[in-house]
Design a protein around this ligand. Structure first.
Ligand SMILES: Cc1cc2nc3c(=O)[nH]c(=O)nc-3n(C[C@H](O)[C@H](O)[C@H](O)COP(=O)(O)O)c2cc1C
Length: 222
């Protein structure tokens, strides 16, 4: 059973960020193989904003943190605030240990007033999850105000991008559950050498290595 968790860093309801996260979670969810839960900053309750450490959180907020840490796939979303993610989105991840999200599959999403700041996904969000050693999907999804109508995502281009993300995620999903607990026991140096790629990617790797070897031989001849 794959566990999908969505987190929106917006404090508004209704919220276009929450709608986007919900839409992505629905797109990647397949009823027989996955459980899904989406929550936002308000669901974390009053203890969250002033928490300096995990010990300051209420039991219900701590349960949501631990749900995120145990998830197989995490869909994260933030409204753009002054050209970056919201402060409370970052605060959520500031309360996590640096290795809490290692090797977790992450779908990156954000919403903004217009397309002007769409690169917040690449310039701010992707580096944040890179710090955690998480595996962010190559396709990220940005939606602007004009991409929603009556609280529903209505842009065919954004919906297409979500389908691409959903297809892409399948490439990374394991035939069987990843042995993440085993992987966490490796030091960083050992993990670099470990065969961590599952399924289709692992199958593709020998072919890729062979083609690299062939091209370096060719380079030598030239
Ligand atoms: C404090 C604040 C700062 C904002 N800064 C930006 C910005 O820099 N660029 C942008 O495109 N939109 C900006 N916006 C607009 C929000 O990103 C946009 O309305 C977002 O979709 C709201 O998401 P929500 O409905 O989930 O709260 C800002 C909104 C607020 C409240």
């Amino acid at each position: 059973m794959t566990e999908i968790v969505g987190f929106s860093g917006s404090t508004h309801r209704p919220s276009s960020t929450r709608t986007l996260v919900d839409t992505v979670v629905k797109a990647i969810h397949s009823a027989d193989t996955a459980t899904a839960q989406v929550f936002d900053v308000l669901d974390l309750g009053d203890s969250f904003g002033s928490a300096r450490s995990r010990g300051d959180l209420s039991a219900s907020a701590e349960a949501l943190f631990s749900r995120v840490e145990k998830a197989d796939v995490l869909v994260v979303g933030s409204p753009v605030y002054n050209a970056s993610y919201s402060g409370l989105f970052k605060h959520f991840f500031d309360l996590m240990a640096p290795d809490a999200l290692r090797y977790k599959l992450i779908c990156l999403t954000a919403t903004g007033g217009a397309d002007r700041h769409a690169l917040v996904l690449e310039q701010h969000m992707r580096p944040l999850f890179g710090f955690f050693g998480a595996l962010s999907m190559p396709t990220s999804v940005f939606a602007a105000r004009q991409d929603f109508r009556d609280g529903v995502l209505s842009s065919p281009a954004v919906v297409d991008r979500i389908s691409r993300l959903a297809r892409e995620l399948k490439l990374f999903q394991p035939v069987e559950r990843w042995p993440l607990d085993d992987m966490r026991e490796f030091s960083t140096a050992e993990a670099d050498d470990a065969p961590i790629l599952p399924g289709a990617m692992a199958a593709a790797l020998p072919a890729h290595r062979n083609s690299c070897a062939r091209s370096s031989q060719t380079d030598g001849e030239i």
